[in-house]
Structure formats: C-alpha cells, structure tokens
Design a protein around this ligand. Structure first.
Ligand SMILES: Cc1cc2nc3c(=O)[nH]c(=O)nc-3n(C[C@H](O)[C@H](O)[C@H](O)COP(=O)(O)OP(=O)(O)OC[C@H]3O[C@@H](n4cnc5c(N)ncnc54)[C@H](O)[C@@H]3O)c2cc1C
Length: 402
C-alpha cells in the first residue's frame, strides 16, 4: 500500500474509533475511576468490577489497550516464568506488592480471561497465537463482561479531592468534545510511563521519567561494516575500572553504538563515561579460540565480524584477542522514543506496598509504570503491570465500599 493510502486508511480508522468512543455514555459517578486503559488499567478494571464495584476507565487513546499491541514485536512477551523481585529497581516494594504467587496469579487471571501462554527460551511466555492482539482482545472482552465501562478518547487532566471521594476532570478527544467531570469514591492512576499532570496538587512526589531498555550510543571500534550484524556476547558494564553488572545475550552492532537485548538490559544501569567490554567468544578461552582460527576466526564469529576484526587489527591473533575484549565507551541512551520502559513516576515510598494506596491520599491508588518500578526485558514489565493492576483494582473496590 502506498504511503498516502496508508495514511488515509489510518485516518479513517481513527475516525471510526472516535465515533465508537462517542457512543459510550459515562455516568456522573462511579465507585472506581481508572485513569489509563493500558495493561495495568484494564487488569485493575476487571479486578475491581469482579468485586462488585462500578468502574469507569478513562483512556486518552481512541481505543483501550493500544500499548499492548506493540509489545514483544507484536507477539507480546506477557510474562516470564523466572519472576524475581530482585530484578526490579525497587525489589522490596515489588516483593511486598506481588506476594508469593505472582506467576500463578497472572496465569490464573489470563486463563480465566480465555488466554493460555506458552514458554519459549529464558522463561519468556507468549500467547499461543503469538499475537499481542489476542492479549488485548481477551482483556477488553472480559472488562466488558464484568461490567467495567471503557471510555476511550477521554484525556484526564485533573484529579481533585471532592468530599470523601474525588472529582476527575477529563476532555473528550473528538471535534467539539467537551470537558466533563466524573465523581468517584476511588481513583486508580494507570497512566503508564509518560509525563502526566493528573495527580498534581494531590501532594504526591514524582521522579522525572528516564528512558530505559533502549540502545546505547557508544564510541568504539567505529567499523561501519558491522552495522546490523548480530553476535552472542558476554558484556561487562565497567565504571572506574570496576564491574557494575554484566549480561549474556544478543548484541546488535549499530553505526551509532550497540543495541540488542543484552544491551537494552544494561541500559538500565549504564551512565555516560562507563565502558562496555564485550567477549564475543564466551565460554572459549583465548588459546582455544586461537587454535581454532588458523586463517581467520570465521568459524567462531559471524563472518563479517571476523573479517572486520582481522582487517582492523592486521592479524588473526589480534583479531581473536579483540573478540575476547572489545571495548566501547558509553555516550548515553539513544533511540529513546522507542524505549520499552520509563524509569520514574510516582515514588513508591508514598504508597502502601500491600494495597498500592497512596498513604497521604487515601482512596487514590496507582499501578503499572505510573509507579517508579521498572524491570528488565523478557516479560518482566508486563508481569508488573498485570499484578499491580490486580492489587490496585482489588484494593480500590474494597476501599470504595468502606
Ligand atoms: C515497543 C514496546 C515493546 C514492549 N514489549 C514488552 C514485552 O514484550 N514484554 C514486557 O513485559 N513489556 C514490554 N514493554 C513494556 C510494557 O508495554 C509496559 O511496561 C506496560 O505496557 C506498562 O503498562 P501500564 O498499564 O502501566 O502502561 P501502558 O500500557 O502504557 O498504559 C497506560 C495508558 O494510559 C493512557 N493514558 C496516559 N495518560 C493518560 C491520561 N492523562 N488520560 C487518560 N489516559 C491516559 C495511555 O494512553 C495508555 O493507554 C514494551 C514497551 C514498548 C514501548
């Protein structure tokens, strides 16, 4: 399809989605108002509605669950069987909030929604269909079955205390759309990892968002012929001569530096000025590698990488040595618009880790990336979104009855 035609088709789809969104009539009040209909918000909505609360979800995009569609390259790596709070930036808070049966809770939730998953390498789980749309669709269908009202194309601007509850002001996104207010006994903030001013004035402190799980711009070998080549590597992140952490996995050489899952995971810890030291022959020592590389290390490395290292160093021995100790200096995160997760958001110390309720603002809950919680690649961030959504949804329903 030509570019112009694709744009026109997207425009028609958006118009149709806005028309559908317009058909949704919101009541003047609800027990629980959920701001953001992404992964965590939909889970919270289903959980709260199942516990008997009347629920309204305000979502600024023209459809709910849109963010889920892009996950896992459209396949949605929805959880990991090796869930471990210590892999997150705030292990204690995550451990308290997720409890002892995190994986089982998520599995049961999806099973009851009509979705099963299959495990691939490194504990990564995907829907049987390998389609992120399956995950989104079962959540939307279940939210509707449970009676949660999904109201897309409504951007929340402000949450204010209103007597014992809250007044949530939002704007409708269609032409001529108006500002309106919904009253709610409880509010769940599920706005994800983007800047949101919804909670301003509620006495909550946020840490500025920073992109994580993205490529790193580096200075290093400077070999343009490596751009786009992949390798398996053991990578150490070094700061002032000391190892900060390491990762084993795929690295993708780019003209600007390094990408690939192992580098994404290191981007959570890397700072400008750090060094990345790559061993492109993990598990094979230098002598063994040299003995296997008579004319070139072709049989051990990607042939283009082998040739580039041999050309750059002028000898096979030096090429092997470089493959065991390839150094890059980190300049900073790059392609940040495609970062998979943002660190920052509502500071966790303000929330009760068992209920995800703000201690200074009773009745206000948060979940997912809106809270300052992030994990590595591999299904860990969605796992947090699902489980924290369940906790916040259940607690909000409970509180709305109090
Ligand atoms: C390209 C990409 C691929 C990824 N792949 C994976 C993966 O395979 N596995 C994994 O574990 N994680 C993955 N992630 C991370 C994962 O998608 C997020 O961690 C997860 O979606 C967070 O859930 P959330 O509900 O907190 O936020 P989101 O899913 O981002 O939902 C937040 C919602 O709130 C809405 N919103 C924001 N502000 C307002 C407002 N003021 N009013 C109303 N609505 C608002 C947004 O439109 C959005 O729908 C990926 C991320 C990206 C960007």
């Amino acid at each position: 399809m030509a570019r112009k035609e694709r744009k026109a088709s997207r425009g028609r789809l958006r118009t149709a989605q806005l028309q559908d969104a317009r058909q949704v009539t919101l009541p003047s009040s609800a027990d629980v108002c959920i701001i953001g209909g992404g992964a965590a918000g939909l889970t919270a909505a289903i959980t709260a509605a199942q516990r008997g609360a009347s629920v309204a979800v305000l979502e600024c995009a023209p459809i709910c669950g849109r963010t889920i569609l892009a996950t896992g390259n459209g396949r949605c790596n929805l959880v990991n069987t090796k869930l471990d709070p210590s892999l997150y930036n705030d292990p204690r808070f995550v451990a308290d909030a997720t409890g002892n049966s995190w994986l089982d809770d998520v599995r049961t939730f999806f099973f009851e929604s009509g979705l099963v998953w299959e495990e691939e390498s490194e504990g990564r789980c995907y829907p049987l269909s390998r389609q992120a749309a399956s995950v989104r669709n079962v959540l939307i269908a279940r939210a509707r079955r449970t009676g949660a009202l999904l109201a897309p194309a409504r951007t929340t601007h402000k949450v204010k205390r209103d007597g014992k509850g809250f007044a949530v002001t939002f704007a409708e996104e269609w032409q001529g759309g108006e500002q309106a207010t919904l009253r709610a006994a409880c509010v769940v903030v599920a706005t994800g990892g983007g800047v949101s001013s919804t909670c301003e004035g509620m006495g909550l402190i946020s840490t500025p968002f920073e992109p994580m799980l993205c490529p790193l711009a580096c200075e290093g070998l400077g070999l343009s012929e490596l751009d786009g080549r992949r390798a398996q590597a053991q990578i150490a992140l070094m700061r002032n001569g000391r190892k900060v952490t390491d990762q084993r996995g795929e690295v993708l050489f780019r003209a600007y530096g390094l990408s690939g899952i192992a580098v994404f995971n290191l981007s959570r810890f890397a700072q400008p000025g750090d060094n990345l030291v790559l061993d492109l022959l993990p598990g094979i020592d230098y002598r063994k590698a040299l003995s296997l590389s008579e004319h070139t290390p072709d049989g051990l490395l990607d042939p283009v990488v082998a040739q580039a290292l041999t050309n750059a160093t002028g000898s096979v021995a030096d090429a092997v040595s470089m493959a065991k100790n390839l150094r890059y200096s980190v300049l900073g995160a790059t392609e940040i618009e495609r970062a998979q997760v943002r660190r920052g958001g509502l500071q966790t110390k303000q929330f009760d880790s068992a209920t995800l309720e703000a201690t200074v603002t009773p009745g206000l809950f948060a979940c997912g990336e809106a809270l300052d919680v992030d994990g590595p690649c591999g299904g860990y961030n969605l796992a947090w979104a699902w489980k924290s959504g369940m906790v916040a949804g259940a607690s909000a329903a409970e509180r709305s009855r109090a």
